[in-house]
Design a protein around this ligand. Sequence first.
Ligand code: ARG
Length: 699
Amino acid sequence: ADEGMWLPYILGQEVYANMVKKGLKLTKEQLYSINKASIKDAIIIFGGGCTGEIVSNQGLIFTNHHCGYGAIASASSVEHNYLRDGFYAKNQAEEIPSKGLSVQFLVKVEDVSAELMPALKDLKGAEYTKKLQELSAPIVKKATEGTGYEARVFPMFKGNQFLLFVYERYTDIRLVGTPPESVGKYGGDTDNWEWPRHTGDFSVFRVYANKENKPAEFSKENVPLKPKHFLPVSIKGVKENDYAMIFGYPGGTNRYETSYGVKLKTSIDNPSTVNLRDVRLKAMFEEMKKDPAVKLQLASSYAGIANYWKFFDGESKQLLKYKVFEEKQKEEAAFTAWAKGKPEFENLFAEYAKIYAAWEPYAKERVYLTEGILGSPLANYASSLAALEDAILKKLPADAMAKTIATADAARTNFLANENKPSDLKILAATLHMFYNDVPKDQQPAGFFDKLKAAYGDLNDDKTYKTYAAYVFANTMIFDDAKWNAFKSNPDAVTLQNDPAYSYAASFVKNYVGRYLPLYNQFVIANNDLGRRYLEGVIKQAPNKSRYPDANFTMRLSYGQVKSYEPRDAVHYDYVTTMSGVMEKYVPGDYEFDLPAKLIELYNKKDFGQYKDARKNDLVVGFITTNDITGGNSGSPVINGNGELIGLAFDGNYEALSHKIQFDPVFNRTICVDVRYVLWCIDKLGGAPNIINELKIVK
Ligand code: ARG
């Protein structure tokens, strides 16, 4: 089994030996070193939640299309629709600055457990958190002083080890190229999280630095970064069982989740989230379909909501199918048997039972607020005005007040730029109706629905909610510049409290904050305290076992192999997909399965150039490996035994959507776009040989 998201900087001998056995030809120093250039120097955090890799000596970046998606949509307009049509800069002057986008290089990692653990040992709850912050601050300061670096302390094994990560952040990032969405997101949400896959999920950026090769804000004077290391690109192609290694930033797993946590997820959290997102997505999609401007406006937010809508649904299905709850119960029984007579461990799961029993009755209310009521962008923005109400009631000094207003005002501008009223109206009405139907009556905000009934009619009739939503939209000052400006110049609490959008959002948020947030915080803190102890016990149980900490968006390395699989009885999935498969799925004019005319033309001519796969006599588009990755790894390089790029990881397969909680050694696969398809899309389809010429290609 190729389970494991290993820390490259403390790669155990056993793990490294396994990698070599599977086909790794590099030394540990070539993977990670703080003194010499190593692979880790070519791996970056891309934006807020993705991975990228440096592929040329001029700071060229490869990442996923879905990672560059927001930047591509922002660079697009109805006239220059790069999201729809694709884009390639023919020279560096044509590259498009991506405001707000940054990348981070990992400078080094240090174990700081000895500086933290002794003082934390006997603390719990809020005291623990406070002490941890207190002790981390000087560590971070020391690591960054006078360097321009950033540093963050990460707990590993739920707080049984602490590592300090030091980063260098570059903020002048420019879009170099992207395929049309019909290639970069081919198959859309229908194919998302599934193999066989035919998506060209890549995009190209470049990182710029000042003349000293140091980070700098965007400037025409900046020059392409000279990286410490970049990945060569192999176009030799993949075979079954080939070694494959992935460096990147997996965002989060919870492999030590308890049976209680699994139950809460499958019975309440996931199904509630899925139902609410379903309604929100339908409302957005109806408007996006109609109008290319709305499509560009909502595309990125839609993609994010849809991605995890399908994930949570699949996660629940697989957790149930693989009986993860029952397996966890067995593990917990074994732990409790081992813990007998050890007072710090023996009652652990009885305590878990208690804290889950206390929180569970309110879990649904919380999801219906965060994913439902606040799933309306208007309600969500309005809820942020609570800070303003607070400031007014507390009579903050003039300068603090002015700052609070400026923040609210800037957020409003941002909100209005992204707002699509027709879909939002539907979302507000539908989520409110669902809240009424599904959340226990005694947990609903006091009096809210009685008043709604008195003013708008039958609470079982959709029309009631629609009429109310229309009233909110028509009368809130948030959409009315004159009213807003009047309020801004003379902010008073009553005007805000009487605003229909604010009063709507505030009724629900205050109900939650007053009655359930304290319970939720208690639950989270107790869960953390227990988790820390559980892991301490797990480590004591088998102290010499090779063990990786849960993913937490720190750099990890996973190794595995290219491998086919059998998803169900009598079905075999090959380890590659091809251009012929792209054509099989083609549906002219379809929202998800349309293709660029040029691609079809090149396919008909079989114009695959040096990128053609000899074995398939076709262009290989995607492949799968046994690597252990998760969200955040998107854009990660798939690297062969020689340290060369062979593909980009961009997804996980449906059969293993339970992977955040349990790795399935039989079914788990990572879905990758073959680097030969990436290069073909740039070179032949995109006509941008200038980008190809920058790469170091191994044939
Ligand atoms: N499921 C992928 C991930 O989370 C994202 C894929 C984006 N494509 C899409 N059709 N939504 O890494």
